[in-house]
Design a protein around this ligand. Structure first.
Ligand code: DX5
Ligand code: ZN
Length: 228
């Protein structure tokens, strides 16, 4: 199943980072009304935390009712990322800081029929990417330092989202902007107004009384505050 992002759409991607891994099937069922499940891959080198690899992703793909959006927070993306496309993820996002030849990697991944995302840590500027942004389907702007769920949204990322959206529109490109980190009912509207259209939310959804209600509420806020 392909995620098929369109910059006209608003997408909610719950992150399972803080879900109960002992009961992952039930945790996936709770978010089946979302657009994709966001799966955080961490190697304890690129970020100070460790999750899992391709075999767990394959199992999640088999069990999930919705597409899998893989966010790789791992070193040596050039060598490691293609395996996540082969594991069945619908979109694969690697960090620019972890790739040596990001354009070649993006093209290799596209040939494997996945949507390709490029991610930036909060302190990495977007400007060096703008000339080549058309190589990607999605730009992931981290709104916390990557590594852990439940951190506070970095307000200082809003101008960066705005600049990225403006540059993408000026170039007449169809590139989605995903925000990840501290996205909640309190922050999603500002992200949408700034030009984001794919919203990752981990603790906001898994700590809510009812995950499906939270997904609808976030979707509604994003739709009514869209920049388009
Ligand atoms: C952090 C991860 C996020 C995380 C978001 O490095 O990339 O996807 O799960 O969690 P919240 O929404 O709780 O900030
Ligand atoms: Zn993530």
């Amino acid at each position: 199943m392909n995620a098929a992002y369109s910059t006209d759409g608003q997408y909610i991607h719950p992150s399972i980072l803080n879900a109960d891994f002992m009961d992952i099937g039930t945790e996936l069922d709770k978010i089946s009304t979302a657009d994709s499940v966001h799966v955080d891959i961490m190697d304890n080198h690129f970020v100070p935390n460790l999750t899992f690899g391709t075999s767990m992703v394959e199992q999640i793909v088999r069990r999930s009712a919705i597409p899998v959006d893989a966010h790789l927070m791992i070193e040596d993306a050039d060598r490691e990322a293609p395996a996540y496309a082969e594991a069945g993820a619908s979109s694969v996002t690697f960090h620019l800081e972890a790739a040596t030849a990001p354009i070649k990697l993006a093209r290799d991944l596209r040939r494997k029929n996945v949507e390709v995302g490029v991610a930036l840590r909060p302190a990495t500027p977007i400007e060096p990417l703008l000339d080549v942004i058309g190589e990607f389907d999605m730009l992931l702007l981290m709104t916390v330092e990557p590594g852990f769920g439940g951190q506070s949204f970095l307000e200082t990322m809003l101008p960066k989202i705005r600049r990225a959206r403006r540059a993408i529109s000026d170039a007449n490109l169809e590139v989605s902007i995903q925000v990840d980190g501290g996205v909640s009912r309190e922050t999603i509207e500002r992200c949408a107004e700034a030009g984001a259209n794919v919203f990752v939310a981990g603790s906001a959804i898994y700590r809510a009384q009812d995950a499906a209600d939270e997904i609808s509420a976030l979707r509604e806020l994003a739709r009514t505050h869209t920049a388009h």
